[in-house]
Design a protein around this ligand. Sequence first.
Ligand code: MN
Ligand code: MN
Length: 467
Amino acid sequence: MEGKEKTEGELLTEELCWKFPHIGKKESEQFEEASRFCEGYKLFLDKCKTERECVSVAVDMLEKAGYREFNCTENYQPGDKVYQVNRQKAILMTTFGKKPLAEGVRINGAHIDSPRLDLKPYPLYEKSDIAYFKTHYYGGIRKYQWGTIPLAIHGIVVKKNGEKVRVCIGEEPGDPVFCISDLLPHLSSKQNERKLSEGLKGEELNVIVGSLPFMDDQVKEPVKLLALQLLHEKYGITEEDFFRAEIEMVPAQKAVDVGLDRSMIGAYGQDDRVCAYTALMAEIETKCPQYTTVTVLTDKEEIGSKGNTGMDAFYFKHYIEDLAESCKTPLRKILRNSLCLSADVSAAYDPTFSEVFEANNAVYMNRGCVLTKYTGSRGKGGASDASAETMAQVIRIMEEQGVYWQTGELGAVDQGGGGTIALYVAQLDIDVVDLGVPVLAMHSPFELTAKNDVYQAYRAFKAFYMA
Ligand code: MN
Ligand code: MN
């Protein structure tokens, strides 16, 4: 108010107290830029529903941006851009910086696997004239959420002759989709008494794939046979080929705007493709940085980062070792001086379920990206607790560029918890802290993010590489 002087208390409050601002209230014009940025993000989500699809789209984007496959015998100059693919399911990329590698690299790691339903190795069966796929869920899902929604099938099959076939049904206009049934309310009184976690049980996640028979009285399982015949016509595969396959059932829903104000995005797999996309864009747009960048899009985070495409495997360390050898610097020295963002999402405060959050330390949609000092559960069990020094370094980088950020915990104490790739990076003697985007309904088939926050994550990752 003009002419009205602030009281001593108001001035002191301004000086001493802190509240994270709402971007829409503080700088509403950023929403337009954020929305533009998110158009690309939505397309990425639609093309990238599996880790393999993420890698293949990333390779296309990188090649277009002038990246070449990394060759450890080559002598790279500042500004050169390279990438390396790990088993089609993880990818590493680098922009060489002006400083010697001995001063450390700047790492940004996001994961590109998301919770889903994998087909079992021997999936196809027929029961009472309906053909089904048996599934085994991957990652933390609330099983009841996966019934009665349209599902698409994505994956690859390696045929006996070694030929690799990409499978995808349910994404193109006019494609059929698939579905898991649930009971009608009229007959569910007994099911209603189950615990919510058993609303649909693991062995009830059976995907309906057909209901018509192959016309021959002599065939014992004609509906299954017709399904196989149709798969054979489309992909040239037989039942045996499922043993050499990785097939995932994912929500068929495309990424869409949510809300009258179109302020949010609803889509499957935003944990953690929201960080994968923003990290990838920041990496691509980084030209001639001070520090050499290492962006890694990794697999298997949702099942504990195990396996040779997860961050608990050596492939990440080996890549930095290759960088080290190419410039004759001891690996240890690089690791010790490096700084890493573990780019992963956090749970946004949900007013409907406020009791699992502690309001002062929750993260909120539209207040920017989230810097999370520690994750873990109970007494910080299993956490990589970032040091005050690391927090200071990352906060300074973001504030220099006017990035909107907030901090908070994943839920109230003893309500649960979770982990990220941070601890696997930390064990390599690298400073690391989590930075990501708040997500509502995380791990559900339709996760929500705010466009403002997605955009701030991208700005933070870019600032981190350019600082
Ligand atoms: Mn995640
Ligand atoms: Mn997750």
